[in-house]
Design a protein around this ligand. Structure first.
Ligand code: UDP
Length: 245
């Protein structure tokens, strides 16, 4: 299950395509004891691991580590360990929901501001009429236990955790044992997109590898965070020049 890893600045990415990733998630749901969480780190999060080594451990403890963003894919090329493709969290979520619609497994949506997960659920059931949304909860709760109980009562097999990174990664790792779901997926701001509150970059921007620039223009508050992108690429270059591998 954990073959084909590509290490980038201490984070062990799975070198797989989007459809292979969904196949792995489906295989986990088929396995009688299968259980785990999926992370989709972008370059900001990988860079953050330099300051927070425990975050790298949490990421590497996932059953799938998917490269969300062109920065990570560029770094893999710089390091001469090219990843097959970018697997954006939101694309993985969409493909997984198609699979869940076929299988009939319940999905719980956790995160974002009050009302957003419900609106996302309404819109998603229009797109995937057979998708079973088992429940929703906003991401601004103070106590974990009532939320965990609510998720468990819903009977969901899969949980989307959209609390922003790195909180969602720590939350999944810290609570997986208490949760009855089989699969949890950390998906950042995806519920805002599914609820129609935030627009995804148009296809052309994505194809040109400029999704990050589109997000920056739409959400200038991201400027400080995005400054980590060049730092991240410099670090990857440094690793290559330093010949750490
Ligand atoms: N969020 C949340 N609880 C919090 C803080 C943030 O549910 O305590 C939500 C926020 O409303 C947004 C998402 O987490 O929907 C983070 O979005 P962002 O685009 O910043 O996430 P990224 O994908 O960049 O981590």
């Amino acid at each position: 299950m954990r073959t084909g890893k590509t290490e980038i600045l201490n984070v062990q990415f799975d070198n797989i395509t989007l459809s292979e990733a969904v196949g792995r998630a489906a295989a986990l749901l088929d396995a009688p004891e299968g259980k785990g969480y999926v992370v989709t780190p972008n370059s900001e999060i990988v860079y953050l691991c330099r300051k927070e080594p425990q975050l790298a451990r949490v990421l590497n403890g996932a059953i799938l580590v998917l490269p969300d963003g062109v920065g990570v894919v560029h770094a893999s090329k710089l390091l001469k360990r090219p990843l097959k493709e970018k697997v954006a969290g939101i694309d993985f979520a969409a493909a997984l929901m198609e699979e869940l619609s076929r299988r009939g497994d319940g999905l719980f949506l956790l995160g974002a501001k009050p009302g957003v997960a419900e609106e996302a659920a309404r819109r998603l059931t229009r797109v995937y009429p057979n998708l079973k949304i088992a429940g929703t909860n906003d991401g601004y709760f103070k106590e974990d236990i009532p939320v965990i109980k609510k998720i468990n009562r819903s009977g969901a097999s899969v949980l989307f955790v959209c609390l922003g990174a790195p909180r969602q990664e720590y939350w999944m790792q810290g609570h997986m044992d208490q949760l009855n779901v089989r699969l949890a997926v950390g998906l950042g701001g995806s519920l805002d997109v599914f609820a129609g509150q935030v627009k995804r970059a148009p296809d052309l921007w994505v194809k040109l590898g400029l999704e990050w620039l589109y997000r920056l223009i739409c959400e200038p508050r991201r400027f400080g965070r995005m400054c980590r992108l060049p730092l991240f690429l410099f670090s990857a270059m440094g690793e290559r020049i330093g010949g750490n591998h």
